[in-house]
Design a protein around this ligand. Structure first.
Ligand SMILES: Nc1ncnc2c1ncn2[C@@H]1O[C@H](COP(=O)(O)OP(=O)(O)OP(=O)(O)O)[C@@H](O)[C@H]1O
Ligand SMILES: [Mg+2]
Length: 595
């Protein structure tokens, strides 16, 4: 499970890192885009306002020219030309300025005579379907182009009767009847060689004051007319002229069919700059102008977007991905290291457990050996101890049949009793032996009389002590009941006695005193010897397992450590006092039980 988690952590970190980077980058990109849209729309608003202002100035100039015609009763060709040139110098977007006189069937001949003084070939014309100019058909009223400035390039327009064309005539009629300048819908100029659209701005000129439509129709002398090629006008506009970074289209919405008038991009520019990012499309309506409802639609070029959007989101994303990759690599390395360490730790733990098990096994073997060694040491004494009752039993068994044959029943009874007593003695010795050699178990614990245990241990070692010339003294108080395992307590006494025996080897006075008494609610056992005493440097170590001062092969060093843990198992305490050359006294204390 742990391993599985470790395996998925690194990829998860990478995925999370990339996801967070992508989200942050996307959020930044959206913010940038929002601010781009706002600044783009502001820019378009500014440019549209500027365009509107330009157009207003243009139409005002046209009106001023109209006022001049109202004042001079007979328009003069040269004066018109000078004035028109002056206007066009300041307003370069005007393609041409024209004077369109009203020629009625009544004054047609007279008017044409005057006109032909300047233009001998002048003829009122109209346009046929294929764009061919032909003489105008006979009508009540004509509105032919008369003065054109500049003349060059517009020669074909001279004499063209504007009332012969529906769109143009509609504009003229509205201007005449309202007395207000008007702008036409999109038209194609008769002098147009390309595909550009144009529109006309006309200002009506009246003789005297005209209040009603009827008066206006009667007093109309003609129209001052300005020609505007929409795209040129758009491009020449102060702000949009410099703005090659935003594609702007001028649209006429007056008739509700959103007719494209012109744009600020040429076709070549289109190829380089085209950008169709729909969310950034923006349309701005211009205020109504001389009867027309125009608007400007726009979208930014790639160039504009590149200039106005920062590369921050991409940088953030790139940096985020790099950072996540680094973190993932570091995490991977850490996890791998951790894994190796864990593996080592578990290997070492396993080795330790195995070593501990081997040690415990070894210790158990040593303990067993210690027990066997003690028994071995005692076996001579035990053998002697057993031989005495067994010898007596043998002897009495031989004597018993004789006494029976002699019908000496008293003697026979005495022999039988002796045999029984000696057998009991042998059994007692074997019982003691069993206590020492058995494995102690916790369930062995019971209420025991301390002196009983002492006596059993004594039986086993007594002969050994006698053989070593050691005198054993006992100062035992009766009825000391403690709660302990007789087996373990027996082993403790036997160990302490063998240690005392060993300590007495070099001593002149060889005596061991076993004491038992009660003190402060405790049952106390003391084994004191008149031996060598324990040297000071050993005193802190004697209860440690395997500590021995005896020659190799003689002692295991486990005796006292076993005593220590067995006494502790039985809620007791073991201490000692010693003095060099004087001897040692081991004291074992157990809480008393009632009986
Ligand atoms: N009564 C004593 N007098 C002097 N030294 C003692 C006495 N009892 C124990 N010692 C010292 O304590 C050491 C440890 O005793 P312990 O019973 O644990 O091991 P051992 O007797 O050396 O070996 P083993 O018990 O296996 O025969 C002894 O080697 C000895 O130096
Ligand atoms: Mg010992």
């Amino acid at each position: 499970m742990q391993k599985k988690i470790e395996h998925v952590i690194a990829p998860l970190l990478l995925i999370a890192g990339i996801a967070v980077s992508a989200f942050t980058a996307f959020w930044l990109y959206e913010m940038e885009k929002k601010s781009l849209i706002i600044s783009f729309q502001r820019e378009v608003d500014l440019r549209a306002t500027s365009l509107h202002w330009d157009l207003t100035l243009n139409f005002k100039a046209l009106r001023d020219l109209g006022i001049f015609f109202e004042k001079s009763s007979v328009p003069d060709h040269d004066e018109f030309r000078a004035l028109a040139r002056e206007i066009m110098k300041h307003l370069p977007h005007i393609d041409a300025l024209e004077w369109i006189p009203r020629i009625t069937s009544d004054n047609k001949a007279e008017q044409l005579e005057i006109i032909k003084e300047h233009y001998p070939d002048f003829e009122i014309t109209q346009r046929q379907d294929q764009g061919i100019m032909v003489p105008a058909s006979t009508k009540e009223e004509y509105f032919p182009v008369y003065f054109v400035e500049p003349y060059k390039g517009h020669e074909i327009a001279l004499g063209f009767d504007l009332s012969s064309d529906t769109t143009r005539w509609k504009t003229l009629k509205t201007a005449r009847d309202t007395g207000q300048p008007q702008v036409s819908a999109s038209i194609t100029l008769v002098q147009e060689k390309g595909k550009q659209k144009a529109f006309l701005a006309v200002a009506p000129v009246f003789r005297g004051t005209s209040e009603t439509i009827a008066e206006r129709r009667k007093n109309l002398t003609g129209f001052v007319l300005g020609i505007y090629r929409a795209s040129d006008l758009f491009k020449a506009s102060k702000v949009t002229g410099q703005a090659s970074d935003i594609h702007m289209i001028m649209v006429d919405n007056t008739d509700g069919n959103a007719e494209k008038l012109g744009e600020n991009f040429s076709e070549i520019e289109h190829e380089h700059n085209e950008h169709h990012e729909q969310p950034l499309y923006y349309a701005k309506d211009l205020p109504p102008l001389l009867g027309r409802l125009w608007s400007v639609t726009s979208h930014p070029t790639r160039h504009y977007i590149a200039d106005n959007i920062s590369p921050l989101p991409y940088v953030v994303f790139l940096f985020g991905v790099l950072f996540s990759t680094m973190i993932t690599i570091c995490a991977g390395m850490l996890i791998k290291r951790n894994h190796i360490i864990n593996q080592k730790v578990s290997e070492q733990t396993r080795d330790l457990i195995e070593a501990q098990a081997a040690r415990t096994d070894f210790q158990n073997k040593l303990i067993e050996m210690n027990k066997m060694a003690s028994l071995g040491e005692m076996s001579a004494g035990i053998g002697h101890e057993l031989s005495q009752p067994l010898g007596t039993i043998l002897l009495k068994c031989q004597m018993l049949p004789k006494a029976l044959n002699q019908r000496d029943y008293d003697k026979s009874l005495k022999f039988a009793e002796d045999i029984r007593n000696q057998a009991m003695r042998a059994k007692e010795i074997m019982d003691s032996l069993r206590i020492i050699s058995r494995d102690a178990k916790p369930e062995d614990k019971t209420s025991i009389e301390l002196n009983q245990v002492i006596r059993k241990a004594e039986v086993l070692i007594k002969e050994d002590l006698t053989m070593n010339g050691i005198q054993l003294a006992k100062e035992l108080s009766p009825d000391i009941y403690i709660y302990a395992s007789p087996v373990q307590l027996g082993q403790v006494v036997a160990n302490l006695l063998t240690n005392a025996r060993d300590a007495l080897k070099e001593s002149d006075e060889k005596r061991i005193t076993i004491r038992s008494y009660k003190k402060d609610g405790n049952g106390i056992l003391e084994i004191e010897d008149t031996g060598s005493g324990i040297p000071e440097q050993y005193q802190s170590k004697i209860f440690e397992p395997f500590f021995t001062s005896k020659p190799v092969g003689k002692g295991t060093g486990l005796g006292l450590s076993m005593c220590y843990s067995m006494v502790q198992d039985n809620e007791g305490e073991i201490t000692f006092t010693t003095s060099a050359g004087q001897g040692t006294c081991f004291t074992v204390t157990f809480p008393l039980t009632r009986s």
